[in-house]
Design a protein around this ligand. Sequence first.
Ligand code: ADP
Ligand code: MG
Length: 499
Amino acid sequence: MPFNELGLSDKVLSAVADAGYTEPTPIQAQAIPHVLARRDVLGLAQTGTGKTAAFTLPMLTLLEQGRARARMPRTLILEPTRELAAQVEENFTKYGKNHKLNVALLIGGVSFGDQDAKLLRGVDVLIATPGRLLDHVERGRLLLSGIEVLVIDEADRMLDMGFIPDIERVCKLVPFTRQTLFFSATMPPEIQRLVAQFLSNPVQIEASRPSSTAANITQLLVACAKEDFAKRETLRNLINSAENLQNGIIFCNRKSEVAVVQKSLKRHGFNVVALHGDMDQRSRMQALDQFRTGEATLLVASDVAARGLDIPAVSHVFNYDTPHHAEDYVHRIGRTGRAGRAGAAFTIVTPADAKSLAAIEKLIGRSIDWKEGSSLDALPPSEARPRRDRPERGERKGERGRGKGEPREEERRGARPARRREKVEEVENAPVAAVEEAVAPRGERRPRGEKPARPAPAPARAPVTPLTHRRSERAPVDEPADTSHLPAFLLRPVKIKAG
Ligand code: ADP
Ligand code: MG
C-alpha cells in the first residue's frame, strides 16, 4: 500500500517523498489510519520497524488544525532516553519541514532557562524524558491540561529504567479525553497493566511477533572460555573473519565491560567507539554520530545504552556476552537485518552461559547453530580450572595465533595497526582488576587491592527466572542493573548476616 492511501495530508506526503520512503512499513500502514481517526493505538513491533514515523506522520497531519498556547503544549511524546528524544525531534524536523510547528525537547543536560523560554512561546510538540518533564511541571512552568495526543514510546525500555511510576503520574496529569499512542517491542505484564489502565479501547497492532528474530539474519554461537582475555581474542577473531562487515555493534552485559572492550579493540587498531550509561550526553551523542556517519565502524554498547536507538543498516552484531535476559537477545539481534537486508549475529558463549542460552532458544522458539567447529564440549572445563589472571608466556603467544614474521590479521585487513603495541600486551595480559581499574569510568572502580568480584571456581550461575517476572526481580546476582538513576544512599552495600 502506498503512503498516499493512508489519509495523510499533502504537506506530510511531500516530506515523506523527500525523505526517500516509497512504502510504509507494516506498523506504519496499520497504525496511521487509526491515529488519524483519533483512536488509541497499542503498537507492538520489533526495534527498527519504523515505529517513530508511525506516530510522527499522523500527528503532523492532525496538528495542522489548531494553535498552541503559552505553557500548554498540544502533544506530548515520552521517551526513555535523551538520545531517543533527540531522534524523535529529528523526525519531526524532517517530516515537518512543510509545517510551521514549534517543537521543544525537555531532556536532562539542557539548560532549564532555554527550555522554559520555548515553553512560554507555545509548543505544538513536546518531546521529553519523564524525569525532566515532571521537574518542569513541579516548578509550575508547564501545564499538561492542553494535551491532545500523548505518545508513550519504547515502553518496555521505560520499564527497564524504572520510569513506570513517572509515566503513571504523567498519565494522570493529562486530560482524560486525550488520545494515547503506545509503542513497545515487548509486552511484559507491567506494560499490559499500564495499557489496561490508561488506554481507552485501543486498536492493537502487532507487526511481528515481539519475541521473534528476523529470518534474514544469520545467527551463530561461538564457544569460548570464560576468561576475559580469551573472550577478547575470540571477539577480535570474529570481527576479522566476518564476511561483508560494513559496521557492527558489540554488546556487553555490563557497562564497566563496555569501556574495557572498547579500549582493548582500539589498542588492537580497530576503529571503535563506545556507548554506556556513565558517559556524559555530549560524548554519547558524539560516539553515536561517529558510528552513524561511518567514521567509526564498530560500536561497543550496553543494552540499556543502545536499546531503541536509530542506527540504520548495521551489518553485524557481536554479543561479547551472552545476554542474561532473553529479550535482550531479541533487541540486540534486531539491530541487524533491518529493512530486509541480510545481517549476521555472533554470540560468544562460555560454559557459564548455558542456562542463559537455553532461555534465549526457548524465547525465539528455535535452537541457534554453533559456528563451524565450535562447541562448549571442546573447551577445557574452565569451571574446574583455577583462575589465573596472568596467562603463561606460551599461552600469550598462542593467543596471538601467528608466527613472528606474519602480519597481524588486522593489518592484513587494512585496519590501522596498534601504535602502542607494548601497552597492548600490558593491558591484555594484566590482571582483570588492574585493567578495569585503568579504564573503568569513575564510579565503577573497585577499591584498590580488592579482588575481582568473581570467585575462582565459579559455581554460581545466573539464575534463569520466568520471563514474566519484573526485571528488577530477575536481575542476576553478579550483574548489577543500571543504577545511574538511583540516589547514592540506595547503592551503599548492605551487610547480611550469614544464617
Ligand atoms: P523503531 O522505533 O521501530 O525501532 P525507527 O522508527 O527508529 O524504528 O526506524 C528505523 C529506521 O527505519 C530509521 O532509520 C528510519 O529512517 C527507517 N524507516 C522508517 N520508516 C521507513 C519507511 N517507510 N521506509 C524506509 N525506511 C524507513
Ligand atoms: Mg523507536
